[in-house]
Design a protein around this ligand. Structure first.
Ligand SMILES: Nc1ncnc2c1ncn2[C@@H]1O[C@H](COP(=O)(O)OP(=O)(O)OP(=O)(O)O)[C@@H](O)[C@H]1O
Ligand SMILES: [Mg+2]
Length: 392
């Protein structure tokens, strides 16, 4: 039952997905905009194209005739996915999910308006004037995000009216996509934020992983840990919301559903229809199956009898500091000398300031305080340094 899987996006999450798929005997073609991307290093074959170019996408789909298309990133000409589904190619989790989630407006309106899921108070703005109006609707502080962006790009917080023009400027220059429209959301003063990894199946109920806590900086996660503190009521609310949204988006696979936990309840923030970066903590063996193994099983329609918490874990990112090529890692031996720790080096050939190059993992028995493991993962990460040779 070998399937031909085309992976669109070949970063570190894609790489772990490929490893999990290969372990179950699948054939994978890894695709990205540059050669030597992490997932390409472990896949059967690869293609280098601009995935926002529909013609280029059609060409490689026609050429390889995959059974399954697995998107790993958002920046893909996802409108083409509807055509691929018509041709009986399985799009993961579904063409609808990939299309809705690449635009904040589609997913937010679906969740808040159609499904009645609780979110921050929000509205949209397409110009500086509209942004000023929007701010008086949501109140201050509020968060501004381009509709098409990820990793916090183009995002900023407006604290006072004096910040409005700057927020518009940031969104207009840093967003992805062809036009500038932003979502303006009331700032939620949360006590913590979580990722609820949710697995939808072809032949089985929707399953939930123990919630993951994380800390964000500059739009990217810095540390994540599993499990994270949550009350049974909050967890139940989050599961209900994740169940509703993933059910409406249809399809099988793992989803990273993001929530804010606040004193007045749980707020749905957004979701990724794919493994989530904060879910790299599952590589520390926190669960019986990692988020990547779960994704592969769900995609192939293979059984997932249960998801169990096996131990407590934490992950801490290892970032590059400058623009460069062929990075060398030093300190790996010192890092790996720490008991109950591990490191994953992604193998990215090029560095940029703050680019995630590797991740440090720490784990211990189930009853240990995750905060201790976060400190340990950070200490392991701190032992590794990246030397990049400057590009000419
Ligand atoms: N309304 C809000 N109130 C408070 N904090 C917020 C709000 N919206 C976003 N944030 C903070 O900014 C982070 C990034 O926001 P969000 O997840 O919407 O953006 P993103 O660009 O899609 O990020 P990513 O792609 O990395 O998940 C959140 O994890 C949270 O820490
Ligand atoms: Mg997010």
């Amino acid at each position: 039952m070998q399937k031909k899987i085309m992976l669109l996006g070949s970063g570190e999450l894609g790489k772990e997905f490929v490893i999990a798929a290969k372990r179950l005997g699948q054939y994978v073609i890894a695709v990205d905009s540059y050669a030597g991307a992490p997932a390409m290093q472990v896949a059967d074959s690869f293609e280098v194209i601009d995935m926002l170019n529909g013609t280029a996408l059609d060409r490689i789909v026609d050429l390889h005739q995959p059974d399954i298309i697995v998107p790993e990133i958002e920046a893909i000409r996802t409108e083409r996915f509807y055509e691929y589904e018509k041709k009986n190619i399985q799009v993961v989790p579904s063409a609808k999910a990939a299309n809705y989630t690449m635009n904040r407006k589609a997913i937010r309106d679906l969740a808040a308006k159609e499904l009645g899921v609780r979110t921050a108070k929000y509205t949209y703005a397409g110009s500086l004037e509209e942004l000023t109006k929007a701010v008086s609707f949501t109140g201050l502080p509020c968060v501004v995000k381009p509709l098409m962006s990820s990793s916090g790009k183009g995002q900023s917080v407006i604290y006072t009216e004096a910040d409005i023009a700057k927020a518009w400027e940031i969104a207009a220059t840093k967003g992805r996509g062809d036009y500038t429209e932003v979502i303006v959301e009331a700032f939620i003063t949360f006590t913590s934020e979580i990722t609820l990894l949710t697995v939808t199946q072809k032949n089985g109920p929707t399953l939930f992983c123990p919630p993951i806590g994380h800390r964000q900086e500059r739009g990217d996660y810095q540390e994540s840990w599993q499990p994270t503190a949550i009350t049974p009521t909050q967890l139940e609310e989050a599961k209900q919301m994740a169940g509703k949204v993933t059910n409406a988006l249809t399809g099988a696979g793992i989803w990273g559903v993001e929530f804010f936990l606040a004193d007045d309840g749980v707020y749905f923030s957004e979701l990724s229809p794919r493994p989530h970066d904060t879910g790299m903590v599952t590589l520390a063996g926190t669960q019986n199956l990692s988020e990547f193994e779960l994704h592969v099983r769900a995609v192939l329609g293979l059984p997932i009898p249960e998801i169990t918490l096996e131990r407590t874990g934490a992950s801490a990112v290892i970032l590059a500091h400058s623009d460069g090529i062929t990075p060398e890692f030093t300190g790996l031996a010192e890092a790996l000398a720490v008991p109950k720790s591990d490191v994953r080096i992604f193998g990215k050939p090029i560095t940029r300031p703050y680019r995630r190059m590797a991740v440090a993992l720490a784990y211990d028995q189930a009853d240990i305080d995750p905060a201790e493991l976060v400190e340990k993962a950070k200490a392991v990460a701190g032992k590794i340094s990246i030397n990049d040779k400057q590009a000419f």
